[in-house]
Design a protein around this ligand. Sequence first.
Ligand SMILES: *Cc1c(COP(=O)(O)O)cnc(C)c1O
Length: 591
Amino acid sequence: MADVHQEAPKPQPSYSDWNHIQIAYFSMEIAVAPDIPTYSGGLGVLAGDTLRSAADTGLPLVAVTLLHRKGYFRQHLSAEGVQTEEDEPWKPEEMLQRLEPLAAITIQGRPVMVQAWRKDIAGVDGHVVPIIFLDTDLDPNDPWDRQLTDHLYGGDTFYRLCQETVLGMGGVSILAAIGCQPSVLHMNEGHAALLTLGLLEEQVNEGNLLDATQADLDSVRERCVFTTHTPVPAGHDRFTMDQARQVLGEERTSALEKFGSCHDGMLNMTYVALRFSRYVNGVAMQHGRVSREMFPDYPVQAITNGVHAATWIQPSLQGLLDERVPNWRRDNLYLRFAIGIAPEEIRARHMDAKRVLISAVAARTGVQLQEDRFTIGFARRAAAYKRADMLFSDPIRLTQLAQECGGLQIVYAGKAHPHDDLGKNIIHHVFEAAAQLNSDALRIVYLENYEWELGALLTAGVDLWLNTPRRPYEASGTSGMKAAMNGVPSLSTLDGWWIEGCIEGATGWAIAESDDESIEAESLYEKLENEILPLYSRHPERWAEIMRMSLAINGSFFNTHRMLYQYVTNAYFPGDAPAQRILQPELALSR
Ligand SMILES: *Cc1c(COP(=O)(O)O)cnc(C)c1O
């Protein structure tokens, strides 16, 4: 099980020095802890890992998100693989600390009061990164407004626009109310883009937004940083001008139009963020290139994502690293020195995680997997471009492979968004294929309710991490990074982070790219049959060497410590000596 990141001692340290905060990180979802269901998947996990690394590295940063009282959803799967959903309510009152100041914003012409809750993440040396959760469930608010912070990605586009107004404008107001004046505001995806409107309102003070001067716009732009997260057009939030007028009112909508935040006659959150940011980046090198093609008027940079090592490396391997590469927790770059650990030791630690996974599968499904059998993991959001069923495109061949290698086990997991019928069909199809193919030699299980803890079990406990996105739709992907840190190599199409992480035969394998899907599937089988399975069963010492390289080469780079260092150097404080700036915050305040 993932090590739950070290919590701040209770009672939580009081945080009177909001004025030392230099960076405010806004994200619609944040995976704060396994028992706080305020995230849906990769974006939220990335946000949480970013904050854990900010705490470890002593960055003066605050995060802002929504409370999501009813969470995302809990997934149930019937025996036939039909998904149903259930709310996941939780108790902020028991887990967070309520802050005093309230903020007031306007939605649909009505005043909406916003309160804030706080939770701290403490780093290895005790540095605290506070997270502010915004909440509109307050007595004086209209009943409609009270449920705006209930459901992550719930409701329709109108609900979404109201939520984004709470996040962006409410977030800026709350920061002002608590006396926090960050010099940098980071939008983690376009959901947070309306924070720019909040800043512009602060800038023009009581004046009319339409009278904002170039200097006003520049001063907002000077403070804003934007990370875009998907090359899938549907992933970019858009709202009709009519909705914008209803939710935001005439003046703000006209201002957004006037200042170039609309596209194709819609209010487009990506364009809001692009227009008002001095630095913009994609989340892997290829994603940077694709984003520059999508937004040719903007210089989109790239900083490749990472994961927080101490969160995702399984406990048994953590113990070995503590002995051999002390300091890896404070600075993930030290993972490079795992190259000095004997491969058999890493393999033995992996076997511990495989046993934990096998007993979790037995407890959840009643299916008993075997620890000496090669085990493939595939877990991700059920979206068409991820092609979860590529492995089943030639069922006869898959069965033959399983028989020839002495038995094959495949573990699946993943949710489909409640409105995504295509995604639900994919899950159903995997169930159907599994039911037909299951035999003594080939065991396929689908685990329900993919979330943090299951993600940790799978990425640490399987032997191979499989990923089959259709290029170039995977912006980065991070689950394969978790696997790599646990010594688990990937077999994947060359998309997202894997273009950077794949050293063929050393850290994993690439599936050949083709417009013809059957050629890609052929390549997948061919790699399994001719390279991966023989290596695993006949050359365990070479397999262990691959595990070690996954950890030492990819683990030491695809982590959020390195990622955040790149944000500090390139995005937050370019041109400044970053260390000096962080060590002497007073320099920043006088900027
Ligand atoms: C890491 C993680 C993700 C993101 O992984 P991808 O490779 O982008 O699919 C999604 N959901 C959970 C629960 C995770 O732990």
